[in-house]
Write a protein that binds this ligand. Structure first.
Ligand code: PEP
Ligand code: MN
Length: 370
């Protein structure tokens, strides 16, 4: 059960103390307080965990400071979408809104190779009106002999260049707690020229200790990729780990499932799950067409598979697109074969726009026929 408190409830007020005293007296019920400090107001929610079946909604509603009560009937208590649950399905980070009603494109380098390529990429993004990108510094690789990413060494120029070109959010995968600390430290040293969305890759979806560490900080939002060989429910529970530790600014990423049934695509494209995730949870949903498809192959209509599946995801209501580009794909140190060329960026963005407009029209159509 979730108690949503009146906005700006004061933690030291007598009413708040009275509420907590009352809750502490409930048998078999654990109490967890979550506060979200916004610019205008602080929102506090209290999670009651355990034996809450016996609690009456009306009784809880009448407690001091309580504005609304939501009975959590399913899993994914915090990120889930429950009956009569009108909690927001969006968050703001560094001036960018992420929600189930928005769409942000994160085009960029799978892996940072050098400052020159980073700058060429970021300039192209700025010239095309983009404020988000992807930049891999820590790369989990199948082979221990493959390039593992430049790590901390590339962060100063990546962040400074991002600031120079007006980039607000960089999606960047981390695989270890030390990476989080390095990102925080270098952002600080460079004067916070940009923001970072921490990415948990598909190989770490169920790295519970990493999830707990990332969940315990609220400075950076998180893009959690779906695990490539586990059920959707297991991946959504992984997202809930982040929220249960305190960070609910989570975007859920679909990136295809590992099975030979998807051949000749790198993974079996699972973007039909965009509406499913939006129905089950309040998370914005990201699609990653690059790691799903894995090639630059095109169909006879001339449209690349990467663009086809992007459109499919966006047409289904996706809220974020994470896509690999590279100025010189043959020279890319990771995933060159699936990277789009910079000259293809305007085409890609226009194609996404068509799909987005079609999605918005489809949503309007529902209202018309209601
Ligand atoms: C990536 O986005 O660079 C990546 C490695 O993705 P995934 O974890 O989905 O394989
Ligand atoms: Mn990659």
């Amino acid at each position: 059960m979730i108690l949503i408190l009146d906005p700006n409830t004061q933690m030291h007020s007598a009413e708040y103390r009275q509420l907590l005293d009352h809750l502490a007296g409930l048998q078999g019920v654990q109490v967890r307080v979550h506060s979200e400090r916004g610019v205008e107001q602080t929102l506090t929610e209290i999670y009651l965990i355990g034996n809450t079946k016996a609690l009456e909604i009306e009784d809880m509603q009448s407690l001091p400071c309580v504005e609304r009560v939501v009975r959590v009937s399913q899993e994914y208590r915090i990120l889930g979408r429950h009956k009569d649950d009108s909690r927001p399905a969006h968050f703001e980070y560094n001036g960018v809104r992420f929600g189930q009603d928005t769409l942000n494109v994160f085009a960029g380098l799978c892996a940072v190779d050098n400052a020159e390529h980073v700058e060429i990429m970021l300039r192209a993004l700025r010239d095309n009106g983009q404020v988000c990108t992807r930049m891999g510094a820590y790369k989990p690789r199948t082979s221990p002999y493959a390039f593992q990413g430049h790590g901390k060494n590339c962060l100063p120029y990546v962040f400074e260049l991002a600031g120079k070109y007006g980039i607000k959010v960089i999606a960047m995968e981390i695989t270890h707690e030390s990476h989080l600390n390095e990102i925080r430290e270098v952002l600080h040293q460079t004067g916070n020229p940009t923001g970072v969305m921490l990415q948990i890759g598909t190989r770490n979806t169920q790295n519970f200790e990493l999830l707990k560490i990332v969940g315990r900080q609220q400075e950076f939002p998180v893009l959690l990729k779906r695990g490539f060989g586990i059920t959707l429910d297991e991946s959504l529970n992984a997202a809930e780990y982040l929220a249960s530790e305190g960070n609910r600014n989570v975007v859920f990423g679909l990136r295809g499932m590992k099975t030979n049934m998807g051949d000749p695509h790198r993974n079996m494209v699972d973007f039909a799950h965009v509406p499913v995730v939006k129905r089950l949870t309040r998370m914005p949903v990201c699609v990653d067409p690059s790691h799903s498809v894995g090639t630059r192959a095109a169909s006879p209509d001339g449209i690349m598979d990467v663009m086809h599946v992007t459109a499919q995801g966006v047409l289904a209501g996706a809220n974020m697109v994470l896509v690999d580009f590279h100025p010189l794909p043959p020279q890319a140190l990771v995933d060159g074969p699936q990277a789009l060329l910079l000259k293809e960026l305007p085409h890609f963005l226009e194609d996404v726009k068509i799909a987005r407009e079609a999605y918005l029209k489809r949503a309007e159509l529902v209202q018309k026929y209601k």
